[in-house]
Design a protein around this ligand. Structure first.
Ligand code: ZN
Length: 385
């Protein structure tokens, strides 16, 4: 039973599924997929101290290969609804565009995946040659704890095997077909704490000002680039985002000074090797004279890349056939759920154009919804050919 991607996108936008609320979005997918013969699981995931979140896994077919479409139905809040030209959860269409929160990030993308899969099934007696699955999180825009990472574990425990995954996040920059994301940089937050000896500012010989030490270490850590970039990535970057002493007094030298920083890093590093590199730069500059310590925040954002090969070529060729554009294979931008999926199978990201995502008047051209459906359909056809 084919589904119109525009109608499905509109109906999904009408579900007010601001994280962690389900809002009817998964129910709608469940109904649509069940009608096409999918086995659908609604999976509620929990963690103490966080909201329970509903997720969905659906599969048709039991044979390999299993092509997985991944995404999320939760959306960021609309902000002040009065400044929207069309209400954020009304699913109104104007000027050949669909307006609403989630139109591009990423209910529009999900509607296209579902429509493409159902088209493919309708053209193939309702059965894929292998399996087609949907891995849909309800917790991507929030803290991302009760979504994809746990849903992947749940699926693995059931014995689900994934061969390739297409994550439908809005990957394109300007026009549909300009960018496939094949990886993401990692992200690591750290604190640098320098300890001195507090005392009267008029008696510097009796104190040890930690601000001097902190400045020295900040200098040393940033003196050299972290790397020169790699085949798939631009150079890693470290930025100090705050320097804090919290001293409100003028005649007191503080006992401690702190700085915070973030590193966006490429596949020249791992989380561990990066920490060692930063710590060794600090130790060298400190020369046993500056007392310092690092505190690293836990990071679930390691770097990953799906190396260009037959799968990325196939996705690229399908995009070119439908749009005439040759997409760039990019690793730029922030992190996404692909960083979790990469531990289970190769994953690439391709969806709508990201320009209006998270903004007031988020909207998608209806033509893009049709074109993305055609691209996904082409990918499915080629995958099972
Ligand atoms: Zn998204």
């Amino acid at each position: 039973m084919p589904t119109d991607p525009i109608v499905l996108a509109r109906d999904l936008v009408r579900c007010p599924s601001v994280t962690p609320v389900e809002g009817g979005a998964l129910k709608l997918l469940e109904t649509t997929l069940k009608a096409a013969g999918f086995t659908v699981h609604r999976v509620t995931l929990r963690e103490p101290g966080t909201d329970d979140v509903e997720n969905l896994y659906a599969r048709i077919g039991s044979a390999a290969p299993n092509l997985v479409f991944a995404g999320h139905t939760d959306v960021v809040p609309p902000g002040d609804e009065k400044v929207w030209t069309h209400p954020p959860f009304a699913g109104e269409m104007a000027g050949a565009e669909l307006y609403g929160r989630g139109a591009v990030d990423m209910k529009g993308g999900i509607a296209c995946m579902v429509a493409a899969a159902l088209d493919h099934l309708a053209a193939n007696k309702g059965k894929p040659k292998g399996s087609i699955s949907f891995l849909i999180s309800g917790d991507e825009e929030g803290i991302a704890v009760n979504g994809t990472p746990k849903l992947l574990i749940w699926a693995a425990e059931r014995g689900e095997k994934f061969d390739h995954c297409l994550l439908g996040e809005p990957s394109n920059v300007e026009a549909l077909g300009d960018t496939i994301k094949i990886g993401r940089r990692g992200s690591l937050n750290g604190h640098l704490i320098v300890t001195g000896k507090q005392g009267h500012v008029a008696y510097p010989d009796r104190v040890d000002n930690p601000i001097r030490g902190l400045v020295t270490l900040i200098e040393a850590i940033q003196a050299e680039p972290l790397d020169q970039g790699t085949a798939e990535f631009s150079p890693s970057n470290l930025e100090f985002v705050s320097v804090d002493v919290g001293n409100k007094t003028v005649n007191l030298i503080p006992g401690e000074a702190r700085a915070r920083f973030n590193i966006r890093f490429n596949d020249a590093h791992t989380l561990d090797s990066l920490k060692k590199l930063i710590e060794s730069r600090a130790a060298k500059a400190a020369a046993s004279k500056i007392k310092f310590a690092f505190k690293w925040e836990p990071s679930n954002a390691a770097v990953f890349v799906t190396k260009p090969g037959p799968f990325t070529d196939m996705v690229r060729d399908a995009i070119t056939k439908a749009t005439g554009r040759t997409p760039t294979l990019s690793t730029s931008g922030g992190t996404s759920d692909a960083r979790f999926i990469t531990n289970y199978c190769p994953v690439v990201e391709f969806g709508l154009v990201g320009q209006t995502m998270h903004q007031v008047d988020e909207r998608v051209p209806l033509a893009d919804l049709r074109a993305l459906t055609a691209i996904y359909r082409e990918i499915i056809d080629r995958y099972f050919a």
